[in-house]
Design a binder for this molecule. Structure first.
Ligand code: ADP
Ligand code: MG
Length: 366
């Protein structure tokens, strides 16, 4: 099982009035990727805080570059039977949806359409190289977790019940969402149609509730089923656009916002604890403590998890940026004065077990 925690700093947008850029990428000389995020201490501008990550992507990083560096390398393992889980974490407005979904123009497309494109391409290649003996099927599920309730995004919002879909424990110990729909997907066109429709469902549903989609987690599950004779190999890629990590209480004191806020804080807290436990190589991962991590069985399968922390560079995000860095970097925060060659305490999440060897889906060995 392996976990990577990386950060991505988005550029300033034209319309933005706060042009005071305070977050920057550092470290990784000689053409190596950056590994450090730096920003000033809010209490003392002449001091910097540094946070270490597996990689840090700066303003200039294209969608393609991010995908190539952080997702494409895991496609092979996915087809070998490993699960791949990708999270976008961060404050609302920092680029989570841009990173995951992206824009419509080819160059703007995010991780999800690129992942699907890669999956279909590799699937075809496997079938071709096996002389047609191995068939590859792709099935999609897409749901959101809002106020700790699960809603199917492939179904129209009218079909939603107040309680959402129930969870069920299978004999294998896995938790599944009972009644969650799954659609077969033949190619990228199929996927795009479903995906656009589902995202529209998400917007409609949240408008009805007078909520905002930034307050729910959207989870896309791509199931890959490879069949050769009577052998079936199944694996899953999950891409999660998380709810905004900002403290909603600061901006809105309404009772509903408080309920939302509590649900978001709890699930993001559990998620960060799971990521931390996985990166430490702990035997016990507290994945049962929240619905999302339970459904994802986070850390219970051999697999790869990539957490992308999205950051906005401006001063207006200062406190929220700092708190999201604290949660997701898990590197010890140190105060660094503006001097050259400063020592940075670095605690990069451990890369656990390599992905070579028998490619079988197997439970985590204690
Ligand atoms: P979030 O989903 O975290 O709330 P968004 O993905 O909606 O944030 O991003 C906020 C705004 O910033 C959007 O207008 C988006 O297009 C833009 N944006 C985010 N990241 C980038 C980037 N890397 N390059 C260009 N624009 C970006
Ligand atoms: Mg968003």
């Amino acid at each position: 099982m392996s976990v990577r925690v990386v950060a991505r700093i988005r550029p300033l947008l034209e319309k933005e009035t706060d042009k005071d850029t305070i977050v920057r990428a550092d470290g990784g000389e000689n053409g190596q990727p950056h590994t450090i995020v730096k920003l000033p201490n809010p209490k003392n501008d002449s001091e910097d805080f540094s946070f270490a990550f597996n990689s840090v992507y700066d303003q200039s990083t294209s969608q393609e570059a991010l995908f190539t560096a952080e997702v494409a390398p895991h496609l092979k393992a996915l087809f070998q039977g490993y699960d791949v889980t990708l999270f976008a974490y961060g404050v609302t407005g920092t680029g989570k949806t841009h990173t995951m979904r992206g824009g419509l123009k080819l160059a703007d497309r995010g991780v999800i359409p690129r992942l699907l494109s890669g999956v279909f391409r590799r699937g075809k290649k496997i079938t071709r190289e096996s002389g047609g003996e191995t068939t590859v099927q792709v099935a999609l599920s897409y749901y959101e977790i809002y106020n700790d309730k699960v809603f199917d995004l492939l179904e129209p919002p009218e079909k939603r019940t107040a309680t959402g879909l129930p969870l069920r424990a299978e004999a294998s110990g896995r938790t599944v969402v009972a009644g969650l729909s799954e659609r077969a997907c033949e190619d990228l066109k199929d996927f795009e149609k479903l995906y656009i429709e589902a995202n529209q469902n998400r917007v409609t549903a949240s408008t009805k509730l007078n909520a905002h989609s930034s307050r729910s987690h959207a989870i896309l599950r791509v199931k890959i089923i490879q069949t050769t004779g009577d052998t079936v190999r199944e694996s899953t890629a999950s891409a999660i656009d998380l709810a905004g990590s900002e403290d909603n209480r600061r901006t809105d004191n309404g009772k509903e916002r408080l309920v939302e806020s509590a649900a978001i804080n709890k699930s993001l807290f559990v998620l960060s604890q799971c990521i931390e436990a996985i990166s430490r190589g702990d035997k016990r991962i507290p994945y049962r403590e929240s619905k999302m991590t339970r459904i994802l069985s986070l850390g219970q399968n051999n697999g790869i998890t990539v957490m992308i922390l999205n950051l906005a560079p401006m001063r207006s995000y200062h406190l929220d940026t700092l708190s999201s860095l604290n949660v997701s970097s898990r590197a010890k925060r140190i105060e660094v004065r503006e001097i050259e060659n400063e020592v940075v305490y670095k605690q990069v999440p451990k890369q656990v077990s390599s992905l070579t060897g028998a490619a079988r889906r197997q439970p985590l060995q204690p």
